[in-house]
Design a protein around this ligand. Structure first.
Ligand SMILES: C[S@@+](CC[C@H](N)C(=O)[O-])C[C@H]1O[C@@H](n2cnc3c(N)ncnc32)[C@H](O)[C@@H]1O
Ligand code: SF4
Length: 420
């Protein structure tokens, strides 16, 4: 089955740490026209893909950004209804929408209205970017709320939760706290750390996304060695508006992670933790190499199997990846793929990507022999070395990672694979 990702590039303001492709609202207003053109482009592409595959069934529908909430409930629902016209939503397993918590009342209204309007969808997931409880970081990053404000928002969210909606909370380990004289690293104050702990322990959130502050761009690409694997990176981040330190980021991530794991959430992916059965289905579509179409400026698509075979340029291949133009003007003019963004996957490419993704997601690879064509020749010696360091267990057919490996997975997975 197919999945559909709709990229909404607009944000209220550009946050100081963010390297996603976004257009701050102040650039859009007063020419609200840009949003109208954007919606026309999205509607056009929904029709294009829906007709090409003859009203295909969708597994998941995901609005990501940017800040999809900025479109408001009417436009979001107009787009969902348009999708329903051109795609078969009878088997839809999940509708997901990323929201910034601000303005609170408007976001709560979107959550309530969408949950109540689409009663036929078994799961409506809202992913909320909380980011930090540190007022200094929030303010320097141009986030429009404080720790106090976010408490009120989370309380209201709790009140409107029902059995069909799933709430995910995003946090980032910024690594900008202080070291004490005893060289202990302290991020946030005690009350805030305890608040985080109690939110996790209350079980009110179905899942957490916990990120380490990442400066996307060249460095990230070098780490994965292959540009095409790193399809999430967009722009170079020239600076963040506060001091940050990699060692502190790692400690902060580990501490927040411990609170989450202590509250019985299960880590199902590098940055994602959920109660069993509450994992993001759309995320797993990406990680298990299932087909998805990306609509909107800078959105990426991956098509494999029957969907790839219907595209003349991908016939006979293992799959195709491509990205829409990052220029909203080009995107509005015609659906235009980013120049040189198309990658046709050979069997070897497919195996390398599957290996990376299997490690990132499930922490284990079954049928290890199938990856023999893409392993470096000294694979056995490397695996033994990693096993000696308690990073993994392996036998002839299975490789299983420990939690430590998951944090290091990019670098070590690269060592095992032969790229050239
Ligand atoms: C595309 S944003 C969408 C959420 C929404 N726009 C918001 O900020 O509330 C998805 C998530 O990416 C994470 N993120 C953004 N920039 C990041 C960075 N430089 N390093 C790590 N995570 C980042 C944030 O946690 C954010 O919530
Ligand atoms: S973190 Fe979210 S709100 Fe901030 S610029 Fe990035 S996408 Fe926009």
């Amino acid at each position: 089955m197919l999945s559909l990702y709709i990229h909404v590039p607009f944000c209220d303001k550009k946050c100081g740490y963010c390297s996603f492709f976004v257009i701050p609202k102040e650039w859009v207003d007063p020419q609200q026209k840009m949003i109208e053109w954007y919606v026309e482009g999205v509607v056009r592409d929904i029709e294009h893909w829906g007709k090409l595959y003859d009203k295909p069934a969708l597994k998941t529908l995901y609005f990501g950004g940017g800040t999809p909430g900025i479109l408001g409930k009417k436009i979001l629902m107009k787009i969902i209804d348009h999708v329903a016209e051109y795609f078969d939503l009878s088997y839809l397993e999940e509708l997901s929408i990323e929201l910034n918590p601000n303005p609170h009342d408007e976001m709560l209204d979107i959550i309530q209205t969408i949950t109540q309007t689409y009663k036929e969808f078994p799961r409506v997931r809202f992913s909320l970017g909380i980011q930090s409880f540190d007022d200094r970081i929030l303010s320097l990053s141009s986030r429009q709320y404080s720790f106090e404000g976010i408490q009120g928002f989370l309380r209201s969210l709790r009140e409107i939760k029902d059995s069909r909606n799933v709430f995910n909370l995003d946090f980032i380990a910024f690594g900008s706290g202080e070291r004490t004289r005893e060289d202990e690293y302290l991020f946030w104050d005690r009350a805030r750390r305890e608040r985080f702990q109690s939110i996790a322990a209350s079980g009110f959130a179905d899942s957490f996304s916990l990120y380490t502050l990442e400066l996307f761009g060249g460095a990230q690409r070098e780490k994965t060695k292959r540009k095409e694997i790193d399809w999430q990176s967009h722009l170079d981040l020239s600076h963040v508006p506060f001091e940050t330190d990699q060692e502190k980021i790692t400690v902060e991530f580990q501490r927040l992670k411990e609170h989450i794991l202590d509250a019985w959430y299960r880590r199902y992916e590098l940055s994602n933790f959920a109660y069993p059965g509450k994992e993001s289905i759309h995320n797993m579509v990406y990680r298990t190499m299932q087909s998805y179409i990306g609509i909107g400026p800078s959105a990426s698509s991956f098509l494999t199997g029957e969907y790839a075979q219907q595209l003349p340029e991908a016939k006979g291949s293992y799959g195709i990846r491509f990205t829409e133009s990052t220029s909203i003007f080009w995107y509005m003019k015609e659906s235009s793929r980013e120049k040189d963004s198309t990658i046709i996957l050979s069997e070897k490419d497919y195996l390398i990507e599957s290996f990376f993704l299997a490690l990132r997601t499930a922490r284990w690879v079954k049928n290890l022999q199938a990856f023999a064509p893409v392993f470096v020749s000294n694979r056995k010696a490397l695996l033994e070395q990693f096993a000696d360091q308690w990073l993994l267990h392996f036998d002839d057919d299975t490789l299983k990672l420990t939690d430590e490996w998951l944090d290091l997975y990019n670098g070590i997975a690269s060592e095992l694979l032969e790229f050239s």
